[in-house]
Design a protein around this ligand. Sequence first.
Ligand code: ARG
Length: 464
Amino acid sequence: EPTKLWGGRFASGPAEAMAALSLSTHFDWRLAPYDIAGSRAHARVLHRAGLLTAEELDRMLAGLDTLAADVESGAFTPVIDDEDVHTALERGLLERVGPELGGKLRAGRSRNDQVATLFRMWLRDANRRVVSGVLDVVDALVAQATKHPDAVLPGRTHLQHAQPVLLAHHLLAHCQALLRDVQRFRDWDARTAYSPYGSGALAGSSLGLDPQAVAAELGFAGAVDNSIDGTASRDFAAEAAFCLAMLGVNLSRIAEEVIIWNTAEFGYVTLDDAWATGSSIMPQKKNPDVAELARGKSGRLIGNLSGLLATLKAQPLAYNRDLQEDKEPVFDSVEQLELLLPAMAGMLGTLTFHSERLAELAPAGFTLATDIAEWLVRQGVPFRVAHEASGACVRTAEARGVGLEELTDAELAAAHPALTPQVREVLTVEGSIASRDAHGGTAPSRVAEQRERVVDAVRQHREW
Ligand code: ARG
């Protein structure tokens, strides 16, 4: 049994169904480049500990280079007898440097510390790719905000018309959530930047190897402080699954709005042909499939997170084979987002907003009622009374089928004696929006400032 890493005490090989159950190369092969990087670093610490001569180290590194090239070109791939990525690469190394030298590399390491390290490395790189995709979505939203500095829309609560806001303010609200997602990945990375390599199976190494040197070579901030924790913990994976699921949920909320905005009833936007699909039976259809897939995939990402948490729950320390189930959900979440993010950026960046339609709807549904109440407050009327008076205006306007701005002087005065014709200065969408000029408000000056801060944040995150 030349390819097994653990044959010594066994009289027979594994049963076929046992081997089939155990196999993980179909998903962990993507860790191969990281496994080889780990092997290079490990060979160096073996050399420094006097366990490989300089000549052996050179041959080992040359063998690992050839192996890396063959993995990259596809000349070397796992075979069915290779239990996992580590087993396959050990076979590849033995084939290249011979069993004598190749057999020395396994000293002082275990697949338990290897896989925990490689998984962190893969995820740290993957999350940077995800972050870059998120920033592209933010850029697309900012570009739309920049293109429509004055466009307004009816802001909603409970999906009902609430108060008019700038379209740019609404789009930037989504940017804020996405930028927090990016920040969350960065915070996660700082916690995940510790290498379990050198933890061995669970107890650490007796061979005088230096985990800090391996950690530094593999781009970590340091080595883990506890070898049991290093091999047993997967909260980094669960937290990554959460960050990815939260991002998916934030994208889904944008997507849901696009789906609604794209209906004939709303008519806010038109999708670009390149980012929509047709129907096989209804020739007139132009469907928002990107947005619907975003909404659908968010459910899948939530499932990946809850599945992983369920896998981790109740596992005693340290390593258990259950932990092999940790990788597929997280790989899947990353891969779904790598498909989704460019499509979301494309769809959002090419939306045509119908500013006239939005402007027409912005005051509909008496969205300026709060402005009447706040105008009265500025005249010294208690808000409780002002709220009632404004409500009376709405009742009158609704009964007559007119907008608040169309109420007569007499109707206004009947609602409250302080309601003079001057109130009409806030009874325009522009007046209402301009008046909300405190930090974070929808007034154009505040939205412009906010846009600048978002652009700065994107620039800073791109340098990470
Ligand atoms: N393939 C395993 C995993 O992904 C690592 C191998 C550890 N196996 C073992 N029998 N200790 O977790």
